[in-house]
Design a binder for this molecule. Sequence first.
Ligand SMILES: [Zn+2]
Length: 320
Amino acid sequence: MPKPQREIYPYLAWENDYLFIKDNISLLCLVCKNRLQTFKKYNVQRHYAKFHELEYEKYKGELRKKKINELKNEIKLVQNSSDTTHFEKALMDKTVLSELAFLTDFTQHMNNLNLKLQGKNQSISDVIHFINGFRIKLNLFKIEIEKEEFHHFPCCQEIKEEHPDVDFTDFGDLINEIAIDFHSRFKELLILENDILLFNNPLTVPIEKQNIKYRSELCDLRVDPCLSMKKETGIEFFKLLPKNLYPELRNFGLRIASMFGTTYSCESAFSLIKLIKNKNRASLTDDRLSTLMRIAISKIEIDIEELVNMKINDEINKKN
Ligand SMILES: [Zn+2]
């Protein structure tokens, strides 16, 4: 008995009955875009019955054909959007290449700045220092790129070596625009500039340019034999000032040191609150929560011995 001839083109029927089409390597479900690697009717039928029959059984005859065409068009759209020849062509274009190289190098510089601005223990003074440094760098970058010197632009250098006729000088204007944006974004920092100068160099700033309330204390400070030789800087220096002699300057130091340079504390507080308010802590009061948060966020070391002594003294006093 001859073998029954295998049906070679069952796929048209499958398209209509089970909403599957065949492409080069597999069977594609028009509805969920899943692929079946086995070309067996049983699998196709099972997939359709399990996932789509309920929704698509109502489409019959002409209506079904229309629906299938809609689904097929959707797939065509997806396939066209994954067509990469456009990008391949773009990568042969020298202008696109030069823009891409510039963008890569410049993003790297922005990234470096971004990393410097993150992390623990950043004072407002550190942040201003990094931002101002970057602003000066922008000026330098502009001058360099207009002369096509690529010390800070390694990718541009590479493109220039490959295509000597590519012109990078126009990017100077772009850097200029970025510098202007930078200036308007961080203009509030300028207000603090004088204070930061005083905070970092209390012994050397020109006294007559400082706020009147600090001037007298600054004069005393400059000739104070205990303080004028100190190597400490920033908040560590202000901590050394005796409260009775330099009340205004001490307050000033505290004010600057307590400004948040970054959102680090705020962000880490959210992670910590998640750890503290876990499901095993059933009787956490609001009071206890804020105390726990303070301990978790603070950098201050806890003097347990001192606390225990205080507690013991309290108890003794109560007994007496
Ligand atoms: Zn499907």
